[in-house]
Structures are given as structure tokens and as C-alpha cells.
Design a protein around this ligand. Structure first.
Ligand code: ADE
Ligand code: ZN
Length: 337
């Protein structure tokens, strides 16, 4: 048994850098929003909603995930979703939350971009009162066209100051990173920071990881543990301080295991590995649960758990002065016990 108690994990200031806000839709809130908006969802109890949250891989997860979003209609809905997440994150010691959102999952069903961003932004502005510095990362859906991503990028530009970076998510199969090379180049030109999902055990995982590093020029990779298949790429990612945002509980839903060995190997090799919850309403836990599960599975030492928190802060896209302040708080918390 690991000697790391949950209180210790929660006491460490940390950044959560891989969190899809639409993936925080807990059954209770889904039912409330369905009632509020008069949306017929075919479920009327928490148990019934929870029973729909069942899948075996990324594709089957996404086929549950997108239809569930139909209850998100108004600015208030997006605000309430984000505030509920921020409260939960604060309880786990999150001081910085970089929140993914998928505009195309909403604009494609008639919800205006402005409704989504205004709702989320009002929650971001309230986050400091909860002890969290929050930021938004706009993700393009990789199973939509590059033209659609380009239109989404253009729609975001009036809100440039509310969005720190762009990412790429949804179904990786048949949708490699190079499909979005031009859009990401334009996003970089507009001042956005870059990250991309390289999901676990994809048909072309290692080729896609090479592309995001060499052709796209990302600063972080979301998931990305398949990089271990190519030691030269591992060395390169280490040399360039590429951040990894790994999600053990999510991995255990979309593949057969948490990939805890791979995550711990990268951490122990000195790569900038951080832990996050991905879609916590669907994958059974928030960031503290994810760190606890990894610590247990790989018998992480307390220093290694502190290193995960340190990495998360160092690879965050917050202002450097804030990062330095959190790192000082982290060292105090780590030595307080
Ligand atoms: N969208 C939400 N969660 C995702 C994941 N884990 N991978 C790809 N797209 C996602
Ligand atoms: Zn994700």
C-alpha cells in the first residue's frame, strides 16, 4: 500500500491542464439543465443518466459524450457547468485550471459561439473568488473538416484575449495532426499557445506524436504516453521540456488499463508529466482521484507526487510571476508534513 494519503495530495497546489468542460457534466446537472431548457433526454433519474455513461473505447465514449451536450443551451448553462467544475477542482488543491472547450460541438447544433464563450468567461472571472486562476483553451474537433476548424479560429479572434491557446481533440482515427497544420500555424500567428491530443494506443500514435513535435510545434501533448515506443522522441521531448497531460482514470476507460507504468516511467525519466482528469463526470474521478490512483498503482513516493504537481505548475500557461508564487507555496506544502 502506498503511504500517500489523500489529504497530502489535496494539500499540494497544482494545475489541471487537461480538462474538457463538457466532460464535467455530472448526471445531477444534466437533469437540472434538461428540465430548465425543456430538453427531452430520455432519462429522469441520476441512475438512468449514469447508466448511459458506459463505453469501452474512445469512439464509443464520444458517441455518448456529444449527445449529452444537448442540454447545454444558454450562456447561464455554460457558466453553471464551469462554476460547478471550478468548485470541485478547488477542493482538490487546483490553483490553476486550463479548461478545454469544444465550440464546434455547440455551434454545429445552433448554439452561437458568443453564448459558449460568454458563459464560460463569466465563470473564469469568478474563479479567483474560489481560489483558482482559470483560463480557456479552445479545441478543434479533429473529426470535423480543416475548413470548419478555420472558421472556428476566425470566430474566436474577437475573443482572443479570453483564450490562452488551442488544442485538438475528438476521434484521432483517420484524423492525423497534419490535417490541421495550417490552422495551427494561423493560431500560433494569432498568439495562441499550442497543444494537441495524441490519444492512447491509436493506429498511428507514434507517427502522430512525431508530427505534433516536428511539424506542428506544440508545447504540450495531451496523453502522449505512446512516445515510449520511440526512445529518440522521448529524448527530444525531454530536451525541449515538452509537457504531458496524462489522465490515468480516463485511460482505464478507453483502453484496458491506466497506463500507470508508462506515466511513471516518463515521470521518473525526468519528463514534464502532469496529471489531470480529462472528462471526470464520465471517468469516475477528479484530479485528486487520478493522482491517488496513479500513486497507488505505481507506489509513487511523496517526492514523486510533489514532482507531478511541480510539473503541472511549470508547464502551465499562466503568468510567470504567478507560477513562481505557486511553486513557493508547493514547496511549503510539501515540507509541512
Ligand atoms: N474529447 C473529450 N475527451 C476526449 C479525449 N479523451 N480524447 C479525445 N477527445 C476528447
Ligand atoms: Zn482529453
Amino acid at each position: 500500500m502506498t503511504s500517500i494519503d489523500r489529504e497530502f495530495i489535496d494539500s499540494l497546489p497544482k494545475a489541471e491542464l487537461h480538462l474538457h468542460i463538457e466532460g464535467t457534466l455530472e448526471p445531477e446537472l444534466k437533469l437540472e439543465l434538461a428540465r430548465r431548457n425543456g430538453v427531452e433526454i430520455g432519462q429522469s433519474t441520476v441512475e438512468e443518466v449514469r447508466a448511459t455513461y458506459a463505453f469501452t473505447d474512445l469512439t464509443s465514449f464520444l458517441s455518448v459524450y456529444y449527445p449529452a451536450m444537448e442540454v447545454l443551451v444558454t450562456e447561464q448553462d455554460f457558466h453553471d457547468l464551469a462554476i460547478a467544475y471550478l468548485r470541485r477542482a478547488a477542493a482538490d488543491g487546483v490553483v490553476r485550471a486550463e479548461i478545454f472547450f469544444d465550440p464546434q460541438a455547440h455551434t454545429s447544433r445552433g448554439v452561437p459561439f458568443s453564448t459558449v464563450i460568454d458563459g464560460l468567461w463569466s465563470a473564469v472571472q469568478e474563479a479567483p473568488a474560489l481560489g483558482v486562476d482559470a483560463a480557456l483553451i479552445m479545441c478543434f474537433l479533429r473529426d470535423h473538416s480543416a475548413d470548419s476548424a478555420r472558421e472556428t479560429l476566425e470566430a474566436s479572434l474577437p475573443y482572443r484575449d479570453r483564450i490562452v491557446g488551442v488544442g485538438l481533440d475528438s476521434d484521432e482515427r483517420g484524423n492525423p495532426p497534419e490535417k490541421f497544420a495550417d490552422v495551427f500555424a494561423a493560431a500560433k500567428e494569432a498568439g495562441y499557445r499550442l497543444t494537441m491530443h495524441c490519444d492512447i494506443d491509436q493506429e498511428q500514435s507514434i507517427a502522430n506524436i512525431a508530427t505534433v513535435l516536428h511539424s506542428i510545434g506544440v508545447e504540450r501533448i495531451d496523453h502522449g504516453t505512446n512516445i515510449l515506443e520511440d526512445p529518440a522522441l522521448v529524448a527530444e521531448a525531454k530536451q525541449h521540456g515538452i509537457g504531458f497531460t496524462c489522465c490515468p482514470l480516463s485511460n482505464s476507460f478507453v483502453t484496458e488499463e491506466m497506463k500507470s507504468r508508462e506515466i511513471a516511467t516518463l515521470l521518473r525519466d525526468g519528463l514534464k508529466v502532469s496529471i489531470a482528469s480529462d472528462d471526470p463526470a464520465y471517468f469516475g474521478g477528479y484530479v485528486g482521484d487520478n493522482i491517488a490512483a496513479l500513486a497507488e498503482a505505481q507506489q509513487l513516493s511523496r517526492d514523486e507526487v510533489v514532482q507531478l504537481a511541480r510539473n503541472s505548475l511549470e508547464i502551465s500557461w499562466a503568468d510567470d510571476t504567478r507560477i513562481q508564487e505557486w511553486l513557493r507555496r508547493l514547496e511549503n506544502a510539501a515540507s509541512a508534513r
